[in-house]
Ligand binder design. Structure first.
Ligand code: ADP
Ligand code: MG
Length: 393
């Protein structure tokens, strides 16, 4: 859909022209999985897919929500902003408006608004359509409510934190900050080396001459549910507590692979030990991958991606049949430098580095093997690394 078509859709919906238009991207994490809540780094980049928001003020003191992706519409009085029941999609937007006011009491919502969303992030694929929607809303309404940090980097970090708080409080998903951060701070042809604990980050150029980032959507119905997620969080905590009896640490990410050899013996629960082993290895792999990319060693970067998948499969146990089939089929293709699951796990997508000349073979081979083994039809997207949130008009 073009922006012109979105403008037309707005006019048809509300009988007037949109006054402003914003865009915020989805994201893909290249490496650094399940490190975020262990004090470690992640390495996501913003995509060219994302969420658009068109808006105009109204004189009715209501917030009208429409989406070109959803049949439900909502009309919420400005005086009565609170979480809406039944997993209403407007929660991902409404919450941002509420949280802007609460975090910045000087920000005032002085009129009603007519809003239209459109997103082209594939739904439920773990590429963060929800973060795109939150961050685009946070960007638009900080402007409408006259709150902005003069420092652009700080402003964008704040947009990510507003989005994350919205996801916690209005959508009930206790996510880390990576997705919203990538959506807010993304930079064209760069990935973001982010420490999710300190929020320190660096934009690292992704120069892949003759190589593309390919995202493969499993369309698997499985998700990393909150139970499996909370189990992992708890197992990592158990490992930290036991390791702390011999070496005081706050997070697993503080351990190097050398430290690991000295402390692993004190972890009594074999499951907790496997989980911690993944985290320590993944933290080291992520750091090494970023260095490899800076040196232009894409081959090494790819190898580390593949090792990351193996560790998520064997130690963290968050892959499952679909993601394993997809990654393992990719490894068989000549011209694939690396392939791994991305996002929380169980379903969603893999991310692969594929030489230009191998892309068609990749799609044909991986598509065929995947369909044969799972009965599901995958989708492939050649990713473009785009900028973070912006106002378009
Ligand atoms: P993802 O991995 O894509 O972020 P989530 O389950 O976290 O998946 O978020 C998807 C939810 O976000 C949808 O069910 C819907 O409520 C909301 N959402 C995302 N994009 C849109 C959109 N364009 N229009 C309306 N709601 C959206
Ligand atoms: Mg989400």
């Amino acid at each position: 859909m073009t922006t012109q078509e979105m403008n037309l859709a707005f006019e048809q919906a509300y009988g007037k022209k949109a006054e402003k238009m914003y865009f915020s991207p989805g994201r893909v994490n290249l490496i650094g999985e399940h490190t975020d809540y262990n004090g470690g780094c992640v390495f996501p980049c913003a995509l060219s897919f994302g969420a658009w928001l068109l808006l105009a003020k109204n004189n009715d003191q209501v917030l009208r929500f429409r989406s070109l992706n959803m049949p439900q519409t909502y009309s919420i009085p400005v005086a009565d902003i609170k979480p809406q029941p039944d997993r209403a999609w407007c929660n991902y937007a409404l919450g941002c408006i509420d949280i802007i006011r609460r975090r910045h009491p000087e920000a005032k919502l002085e009129s009603g608004y007519d809003l239209l969303y459109y997103g082209n992030v594939p739904a439920g694929a773990g590429l963060s359509s929800s973060a795109a929607m939150e961050v685009v809303t946070a960007r638009a309404f900080t402007e409408e409510m006259n709150w902005k940090d003069a420092d652009d980097k700080k402003y964008r970090t704040e947009l990510a934190l507003i989005g994350q708080a919205c996801e916690h409080e209005y959508a009930g998903v206790m996510c880390g900050v990576m997705d919203q951060f990538a959506s807010a701070q993304g930079k064209k042809d760069h990935a973001i080396h982010l420490n999710c604990d300190t929020l320190e980050f660096e934009h690292v150029p992704v120069k892949l001459e003759g190589i593309k980032v390919v995202i493969s959507n499993t369309h698997s119905p499985h998700h990393l549910d909150s139970g499996a997620y909370n189990d992992r969080v708890r197992q990592c905590k158990t490992a930290v507590e036991q390791i702390s009896t011999v070496k005081p640490i706050k997070h697993l990410a503080e351990l190097t692979p050398e430290d690991w050899k000295e402390v692993e013996g004190v972890i009594t629960d074999p499951i907790a030990k496997k989980r911690a082993h993944h985290v320590v290895g993944e933290v080291a792999r992520t750091a090494e991958a970023v260095e490899a990319l800076k040196k232009g060693d894409i081959k090494r970067f790819g190898e580390l991606m593949t090792q990351s998948h193996v560790s998520l499969r064997d130690d963290y146990e968050v892959t499952g049949k679909e993601l394993d089939t997809m990654a393992e089929a990719a490894w068989e293709v000549e011209g694939v430098l690396g392939s791994r699951m991305t996002g929380g796990g169980f379903g969603g997508c893999t991310v692969s580095l594929v030489k230009d000349e191998a892309i068609e073979t990749f799609k044909a081979h991986v598509g065929k093997v995947y369909e044969e083994k799972t009965g599901l039809k995958p989708d492939f997207y050649v990713a473009e690394i785009g900028d973070g949130v912006s106002r378009l008009a």
